[in-house]
Design a protein around this ligand. Structure first.
Ligand code: FES
Length: 150
């Protein structure tokens, strides 16, 4: 996606000062993150101070200012997941994808982040890939799960 595509997305939000979140969401859905130059464009097009755009982009967890993969993996290392093997799951994920938690693969297909309790401890250990939960995980099933998202 180039800046022209961002401009096209932003055309429908021109001067709609109350639609910052919607505009950021549309762009995040396409780019998987919000580069600084895009925040400036949103500020200009919607006629909203850059400081406000920036504060919204940093307030909501749905937005990221750093590049993310097309498939975003959240691995839970909350207490229940941890004691049921979450750390081994994380190591296996990192080995398969050749990245550490907080990083994105070179091909931008995957990123990993660590979270603390996804609220479904009964199926621990668990990862979320995008909006899909994978529970009662075993290290040997990670490879098959990742293949589904290739
Ligand atoms: S500790 Fe992992 S879902 Fe609760």
């Amino acid at each position: 996606m180039d800046i022209e595509e961002v401009n096209t997305i932003l055309e429908k939000y021109k001067n709609k000062t109350e639609m910052v979140i919607n505009a950021l969401q549309d762009i995040q859905d396409r780019l998987y993150y919000l580069p600084e130059e895009v925040l400036k464009k949103v500020s200009e097009k919607l006629n909203v101070p850059l400081s406000r755009v920036y504060s919204i982009a940093t307030f909501y967890n749905a937005f990221s200012l750093v590049p993310k993969g097309k498939n975003q993996i959240k691995i839970c290392l909350g207490t229940t997941c941890y004691v049921r093997g979450g750390e081994g799951i994380m190591k296996t994920l990192e080995e398969h994808l050749k990245i550490k938690s907080g990083e994105t693969t070179e091909d931008k297909k995957f990123s990993i982040e660590t979270v603390h309790c996804l609220g479904c401890c009964s199926i621990a250990p668990i990862i979320m890939v995008n909006k899909g939960a994978h529970g009662r995980l075993r290290e040997e099933t990670i490879s098959d799960i990742l293949k589904k998202y290739q």
